[in-house]
Design a protein around this ligand. Structure first.
Ligand code: ZN
Ligand code: FE
Length: 254
């Protein structure tokens, strides 16, 4: 049974420590803030054995060297992580399964935000770490990939069980909600969720993690195919509807 410690760091990132009590193995998912990650591990009495990166951005891999120096952790990630300075000790690609003690995670290629972005899926625990690919009510900006690529990536996440728990790397949910209601104004589930999000944030509580079921019902990026008519794209391909939602979000002044 995995234990997960989630904590806020930097301005709007989340750090995650994943701990396998049977073996003592502990992975930090990305390294947004090395000092805070080390503090959190110490407070739990966990020794960080692994760094698992989702993509190369500095708020995800920028603390790799400091964590490795402090703990001797093995760095696992996509090849693109070398762009921040040091190549991972172990480069992984889609289809590989990696162990954290007695637990196993499957690697998904979810490129689009960056070309090499990956996600880690613990199938037995029904938990996925999706980095900056999918957010609560949002998705990552397309800094490097194409809308087709990102749509394909999001469909891989959407293919997980509806009850899957998704851990994304940023607390962007309230801003995402302000946009979501503009493209999906008649969605009662979305309206109810926005009220719940506002309640959580008013008391400083996280909106992460979320379930895939909730995202499927309310995330306008996953719902792009159902929004074709109101987007004026009846007859368009699903990825084209997704591209339109992404484009509108990029220019949204909320
Ligand atoms: Zn990023
Ligand atoms: Fe990020």
């Amino acid at each position: 049974m995995l234990q997960i410690n989630q904590f806020p760091c930097l301005s709007d990132n989340y750090g995650f420590l994943v701990h396998d009590p049977a073996s003592g193995a502990t992975a930090t998912i990305d390294t947004p803030d090395a000092a805070e990650i080390l503090r959190q591990a110490q407070a739990k009495g966990w020794r960080i054995s692994d760094v698992w990166n989702t993509h190369w951005h500095p708020d995800h891999a920028g603390g790799n060297a400091a964590i490795k120096a402090a703990t001797g952790a093995v760095v696992t990630g996509p090849a693109e992580v070398e762009r921040i300075g040091t190549a991972p000790d172990r480069i992984v690609v889609e289809g590989e399964t990696i162990a954290l003690g007695s637990a196993e995670a499957r690697v998904l290629d979810v490129g689009g935000h960056t070309l090499g972005h990956i996600a880690y899926v613990f199938d037995a625990e029904n938990v996925a770490f999706v980095g900056d690919a999918l957010f609560a009510l949002g998705c990552g900006r397309l800094f490097e990939g194409t809308p087709q690529q990102m749509w394909t990536s999001l469909q891989k996440i959407a293919a997980l069980p509806d009850a899957a728990t998704l851990y994304c790397a940023h607390e962007y949910t309230q801003a995402n909600a302000r946009f979501a209601v503009t493209v999906d104004p008649n969605n009662a589930a979305l309206a109810a969720r926005v009220a719940e999000i506002d309640r959580l944030r008013a008391t400083g509580q996280p909106t992460v993690p979320m379930t895939l079921r909730t995202e499927k019902e309310t995330n306008p990026f996953l719902r792009a195919p159902q929004l074709k008519a109101p987007l004026g794209l009846a007859g368009a391909a699903d990825w084209e509807a997704f591209a339109e939602v992404r484009k509108r979000k990029d220019t949204f002044k909320g």
